[in-house]
Design a protein around this ligand. Structure first.
Ligand SMILES: Cc1ncc(COP(=O)(O)O)c(C=O)c1O
Length: 384
């Protein structure tokens, strides 16, 4: 292990976050209490929507969102393979099949034309991923989805706080799924949420996170029963976020603008520092979008040199990471019959990419260390 190691991502927890969690621990409710509702109200406001349903991971948020739009056995979703496995896995949990369509070579986000070509009569949703924090082409993808009569369900795990054509992520799809894992833009430890303007989706997601059980008298199949009565109306899970996590979420969400400003500043400095390196490509941000800068992803022009670059940077203490192996190349998906070569743009992107350290608590000195190491290592391994 090198003496100094800068990870690719890391939470920023401050004294007031600790205080917020401590207060929750001393309160009457550790779960299913008032902090969950407060966190949901703050999130809904941040995303510019009427409903936010907090759950205990981004994966649970995807599962709840898919289930709430009625995804089931025999159905398909069309999505990007340049994502974490959970985007596809949550469709498998529903008995549905993820169909992977290729990405835009500049941004790494789902390509609207490729998505349209992948739609079949079984398609129940188009699922964009806001890769690295950059919003996907929501308007174009929304038109594709609308032409085929299906909703957009966004995997917004990377992009809380980002916006597209002036509208916040979380309000751009019929339902959006967020993650609050520690490397994400804010954290609740583990956690996630579904945001939506559609009340029926919020009601279904809320029921889904607690075993499919309904308590509201207006929604009971048997409203004439005594006050203790609650009924299970669908098969659900225990996907509840605790009040402890929600208290952390409320505290963190208040800092989102500051966290995003720091991420943006760090990204700007990387772009400035690497502008003259001809052997790598830097991230592209189209002018109609504001990224949340979850990741700063460089690409080696020669994909065959990416792994040596990875090894050399790790050896120097730079915690680079690869996001991602295309989902369908995982052995489990290969065993299901998915074939290599299906999305050539994504495969080339994935073979070339490397995420550099980027997190709000990263100091200028940490970044100078990373910049120096990257410049030297790129020159050594790839040439200028
Ligand atoms: C694109 C994407 N989707 C979904 C998830 C799943 O989120 P979680 O780890 O909170 O379950 C992640 C997080 O790793 C992600 O990066």
């Amino acid at each position: 292990m090198p003496e100094r190691f800068v990870p690719y991502g890391r939470q920023l927890i401050e004294d007031d976050d600790v205080e917020a969690v401590t207060q929750a621990l001393r309160s009457d409710y550790l779960t299913t209490g008032p902090m969950v509702e407060r966190f949901e109200a703050s999130l809904a406001a941040a995303a510019g929507v009427r409903h936010a349903v907090a759950v205990n991971s981004g994966t649970a948020a995807l599962h709840a969102a898919y289930s709430a739009i009625g995804l089931g056995p025999g159905d398909e979703i069309v999505t990007s393979p340049l994502t974490f496995a959970a985007t596809g896995n949550a469709a498998l949990y529903c008995g549905a099949r993820p169909v992977f369509a290729d990405i835009d070579a500049d941004t790494g986000c789902l390509d609207p034309a490729a998505a349209e070509a992948a739609i079949t009569p079984r398609t129940k949703a188009v699922v964009p991923i806001d890769y690295a924090g950059l919003p996907a082409q929501y308007d174009e993808l929304g038109e594709v989805a609308a032409r085929h009569g299906v909703p957009l369900v966004a995997d917004a795990a990377h992009s809380l706080g980002a916006s597209y054509r002036g509208r916040p992520v979380g309000s751009l799809a019929t339902a959006s799924a967020f993650s609050f894992h520690p490397v994400k833009t804010i954290t609740t430890g583990e956690g996630g949420a579904v945001t939506t303007d559609v009340e029926a989706i919020a009601v279904a997601a809320r029921r889904f996170r607690t075993h499919g059980i309904e308590r509201a008298s207006g929604r009971l199949r048997h409203p004439d029963r005594p006050a203790w009565y609650q009924e299970m109306q669908a098969l659900g899970f225990n996907y509840r976020l605790t009040d402890i996590g929600s208290a952390l979420g409320v505290s963190q969400l208040a800092k989102l603008p500051r966290f995003l400003a720091r991420r943006t500043e760090l990204a700007r400095r990387y772009t400035e520092a690497f502008g003259d390196l001809g052997s790598i490509r830097l991230p592209v941000t189209p002018s109609d979008r504001i990224s949340a800068w979850h990741l700063y992803v460089i690409r080696a022009n020669d994909p065959a040199r990416r792994d040596p670059l990875f090894e050399a940077l790790r050896a120097r203490g730079v915690g680079v990471q690869v996001h991602y192996l295309p989902v369908y190349l995982h052995p489990y998906y290969q065993d299901l019959g998915y074939k290599a070569g299906a999305c050539p743009v994504a495969e080339t992107f994935a073979a070339s990419c490397l995420s550099l350290p980027l997190f709000p608590g990263m100091s200028d000195d940490d970044q100078s260390f990373v910049i120096e190491a990257v410049r030297q290592t790129v020159a050594d391994v790839l040439g200028r």
